[in-house]
Design a protein around this ligand. Structure first.
Ligand code: NAP
Length: 248
């Protein structure tokens, strides 16, 4: 059976590293992006040049109609999904809970939680044995922040990842008999542009001395774990978490 993966927020950072890794391992790859078409298109061109069936799909995954349309396009252009990587996420400027507006909290939850639910729903509809599918695997990109809480910086972000952890556990149980595995990776401090969005581009460098391994992680190190969880090598693994955080 052809392996077809969709990676949300796949144009840069951990998502792009995952797209490259899966392309190298025989998947057709759908690269979702929200606004940065240039990086997504460049990545897709690179994957196609190496012989991978790849396509970019624009959609804001926090918007239900856009998620539904994206999965429809994926069906038409790459075929039935076998692997979903819920990776798109946002970070907002560092702030304490005492200063957070409802608008900020809701933006965080719709982007980091509602989006994962919606994409899981559309993938399950296509993968579930009981709905005529052939099974599949889902990896939700969470964060060690769900364990440590993000105090003084981003408790809203950490709480969104706590919700992702619970989604992973609950959904894995709902769909286990449908031959769908659902797992999470929980990265620690990874070198990507996300930290600039949080207002501190050099955050990983500042915090590296506090990490047991004394360094930040690379997107490729997260991609390898995601790919393993999606693979048949992890065929009896579901409802669990792989922390990629240098011992944190
Ligand atoms: P990144 O470089 O900031 O990339 C995030 C991607 O998500 C961007 O490509 C962006 O697309 C996309 N995105 C954001 N909101 C979206 C939406 N509503 N619809 C579609 N796409 C959307 O981030 P990253 O560091 O690679 O993070 C990837 C995942 O890892 C996130 O879930 C993050 O929470 C998690 N994580 C990261 C770290 C870390 O240290 N970097 C640690 C733990 C967990 P556009 O560019 O098109 O806007």
């Amino acid at each position: 059976m052809e392996k077809v993966a969709l990676i949300t927020g796949g144009g840069r950072g951990i998502g792009a590293a995952t797209a490259r890794y899966l392309a190298d391992h025989g998947y057709s790859v759908g690269v979702n992006y929200k606004q940065n078409s240039e990086t997504a298109d460049a990545l897709v061109a690179q994957l196609q040049a190496q012989g991978c069936r790849a396509q970019a799909f624009q959609a804001d995954v926090s918007v239900e109609s856009e998620v539904v349309a994206m999965f429809h396009e994926l069906d038409l252009h790459l075929g039935k999904i076998t692997a979903l990587v819920n990776n798109a996420g946002i970070l907002q400027p560092q702030m304490k809970v005492v200063d957070m507006s409802a608008e900020r909290i809701n933006r965080m939850l719709t982007n980091n939680v509602t989006s994962y639910f919606l994409c899981c729903r559309e993938a399950v509809k296509r993968m579930a044995l009981s709905k005529g599918g052939y099974g599949g695997a889902i990896v939700n990109v969470s964060s060690v922040a769900s364990r440590v809480g993000g105090a003084g910086e981003y408790v809203d972000y950490a709480a969104s990842k706590g919700a992702v952890d619970t989604l992973t556990i609950g959904l894995s149980l709902e769909v286990a008999a449908d031959s769908i595995r659902v797992n999470s990776v929980r990265p620690g401090f990874i070198h990507t542009q996300m930290h600039a969005d949080g207002g501190e581009p050099d955050r990983v460098k500042r915090l590296a001395p506090n990490i047991p391994m004394k360094r930040g992680g690379e997107p490729d190190e997260v991609a390898a774990a995601i790919a393993w969880l999606l693979s048949d090598e992890a065929s009896y693994v579901t409802g669990t978490f792989v922390d990629i955080a240098g011992g944190r």
